[in-house]
Design a protein around this ligand. Structure first.
Ligand SMILES: Nc1ncnc2c1ncn2[C@@H]1O[C@H](COP(=O)(O)OP(=O)(O)OP(=O)(O)O)[C@@H](O)[C@H]1O
Length: 322
C-alpha cells in the first residue's frame, strides 16, 4: 500500500546571529543553513495495517507525513502510495486518502457538521445512495445523530472530533493519516474514538497514526515505526520493542522504614512517591526478582508491592535517548 525508499528532506533556513555583531551582519547578509529533517528512510506498509509513527519533538514525523500526503516534495527518494506518487498525482491521490488532525479542524465553524459533510460529498463526487449509506453507518457508530445538526462552534471537543472523523471517512478513503487524534479528549471520548478507528481498520482501512499519547499506541497499533533525528531507529511490533529492553520490570514498593536513594546494580529509581514509597525499574537479568524481594524485605521491610511490565513511556524514553 505504501512503499517509501531512501526518502530525504532537507530544509534551507536562515542562520540567525545571537551577538549584536552577528545581528548587525545579518542585516546585510543572511547566511543559509541546511537542516536535514528526514534522512534516507525506507519502509513499507501493507493494506489493512495500523502503524504508529512515533518520535520525540523535532524527530521528522510531520515532515515525513507531509511527504506521504503529498503536501511536501522530498529532496530525494521515492514514495509510492496506492500506486501513486503523492506529490505528483495529488488530485487523484487525495480522493483516496483521508486525514484527521487533532489540532486542526476540517469542519466550518459557523455551519453544522452535516452541511460540511454534504459539501465534501459534492467535492468528492460521492453518489447520493453511497453517501446516505455511509453517513448512516458512521453516525450510528459514533452516535452523533443530533450533534451534527448544531453549528460546529457549539460542539464540545469530543463531539467535534467525532464529526471530524465522519468528515474524513465519508468519501471512503483506503488510507487514513491520523495526527494526535485523541488530543485533549476525556477518557470516554478517547475510548469512543479508539473504538471507531479499530472498527474502520477491521473493515480494511489502513491507518498511519502519529501521536505522543502512548495509550493510543498500546491500544491501537500493531506495529510501530520510531524516528529520531530523521532516521528510523525501530520498526516492529510493540512486544518486540518490549522484549528488546530485556527482562525489566516496573516495581512499586511501599516499605516499613523510609527508603534511601537506592543504588543497587540492576535498580533504577523511576519515581519517588513519598519517603517510603517508590517506583523502581528492576533489570531481572542483573538482579533476579527473588533476590530483590529478599534484600528489600530484610533491609526496609516490604509492606506492599506490585510488579508490572515496564511502562511503554520508559521504553520510549530509553529509545529516544538512543
Ligand atoms: N519549514 C521548515 N523549515 C526549516 N526547518 C524545518 C521546517 N519544518 C521542520 N523543520 C525542522 O525539521 C526538523 C523535523 O521537524 P518535524 O516538524 O518534522 O518534527 P516532528 O517529529 O513532527 O516534531 P513534533 O513532534 O514536535 O511535531 C526539526 O528540526 C524542525 O525544526
Amino acid at each position: 500500500m505504501i512503499e517509501v525508499s531512501s526518502l530525504t528532506k532537507t530544509y534551507m533556513t536562515h542562520e540567525r546571529g545571537h551577538t549584536l555583531r552577528e545581528i548587525a551582519a545579518n542585516l546585510i547578509r543572511r547566511p543559509m543553513k541546511e537542516v536535514t529533517a528526514v534522512k534516507d528512510i525506507s519502509f513499507t506498509v501493507g493494506q489493512g495495517e495500523m502503524v504508529a509513527f512515533l518520535g520525540p519533538n523535532g524527530a521528522g514525523k510531520s515532515t515525513t507525513l507531509k511527504m506521504l500526503t503529498g503536501v511536501l516534495h522530498p529532496t530525494s527518494g521515492e514514495v509510492k502510495a496506492l500506486g501513486l506518487t503523492p506529490w505528483k498525482q495529488r488530485s487523484e491521490y487525495v480522493r483516496r486518502i483521508g486525514a484527521v488532525f487533532g489540532q486542526k479542524s476540517q469542519l466550518l465553524w459557523d455551519i453544522p457538521p452535516i452541511d460540511a459533510f454534504y459539501m465534501n460529498k459534492a467535492i468528492y463526487g460521492v453518489p447520493e445512495q453511497v453517501y446516505a449509506q455511509r453517513l448512516d453507518h458512521l453516525t450510528t457508530l459514533l452516535e452523533v445523530g443530533d450533534v451534527m445538526r448544531k453549528p460546529t462552534r457549539q460542539l464540545s471537543l469530543g463531539e467535534r472530533m467525532k464529526c471530524e472523523f465522519i468528515m474524513a471517512m465519508l468519501h471512503g478513503p483506503e488510507l487514513v493519516f491520523l495526527d494526535e487524534p485523541t488530543i485533549g479528549l476525556d477518557v470516554i471520548a478517547k475510548e469512543n474514538i479508539r473504538h471507531f478507528i479499530k472498527d474502520m481498520n477491521r473493515q480494511g482501512v489502513t491507518f498511519i497514526l502519529t501521536t505522543h499519547d502512548l495509550d493510543d499506541v498500546e491500544l491501537l497499533a500493531d506495529r510501530i515505526i520510531v524516528i529520531n533525528h530523521g532516521e528510523i531507529v525501530f520498526d516492529d511490533a510493540l512486544h518486540v520493542l518490549r522484549s528488546r529492553v530485556g527482562e525489566k520490570k516496573a516495581i512499586r514498593v511501599t516499605t516499613e522504614i523510609p527508603l534511601p536513594d537506592v543504588s543497587l546494580a540492576g535498580i533504577v529509581l523511576l519515581k519517588r512517591i513519598h519517603e517510603s514509597e517508590a517506583e523502581l525499574e528492576i533489570d531481572t537479568d542483573l538482579l533476579p526478582l527473588k533476590h530483590f524481594i529478599s534484600q528489600f524485605n530484610e533491609t526496609y521491610g516490604i509492606r506492599d508491592m506490585s510488579i508490572e511490565p515496564l511502562p511503554i513511556e520508559v521504553i520510549m524514553k530509553e529509545l529516544y535517548a538512543g
